[in-house]
Design a protein around this ligand. Sequence first.
Ligand SMILES: O=C(O)CCC(=O)C(=O)O
Length: 246
Amino acid sequence: MELNQEQLEQFRKDGFLLIRGFLDQKSCSVIRDIAKVHLKYAIEPIETEYEYIGIEKDIYKKSVRRLRQVYDRDIVFKEWMENREIRPILEQVLDEEPILVTAHHNSIMTKLAHTSTQTCWHRDSRYWNYSGDNLVSVWLALGVENSQNGVLEFIPGSHKMELKESSFDEKSFFQADIEENQTLIEQRVSFDLEAGDIVLFHSELLHRANANESDEDKISFVYTVKGKSVEAIEGTRSSKFKEIAL
Ligand SMILES: O=C(O)CCC(=O)C(=O)O
């Protein structure tokens, strides 16, 4: 499959692109079922809500925010990350050979019912260390995602914006409660997703998500690819995990 010119231009302009119904329902449910087992037993490596927000509450200590390092957990996860159908698309958006990064994302990302917290506005580059910013993440919905259960929200075009340091807090979150950021935040967009929909988004794109206010867990898959010319900076977390040429 390849993107048409309009889709490619949209990705370049907005920094994200939604592709509906990319993965079939059967494959989604196989991935989801395996993910649920890993979530049920909180199989390491994981990130808990506590590790993300730092609030010392038992529910957050027990609540898995994401399963990390999923590439090596199960052949089914690996196969999705090495899916051949998506490769021409990745090559188009990166405009060079795609390399799978396992240091970042490489996750089953959740918003578990009743115990999740919001994800604040950020650029993924806040904790990534590369020689350039030609990195794109692939988000796969494994069920319904909407504003009630914490669907992703994006600020179109923010991947190209030069933003002031004062717009971010000490953890490099784009501050939602200061006047100077409101005009941009008002431009946010989101779209309801169904299992099998994918969203491609640029590493510099501002995005966030609400906590899950529904009674069902939200489970998604996210992995990242970089252009071949982009290099992980030595001595950082970004350089400590393998990369796979697709
Ligand atoms: O919480 C989410 O659903 C999104 C997570 C995210 O954007 C991230 O961890 O970089």
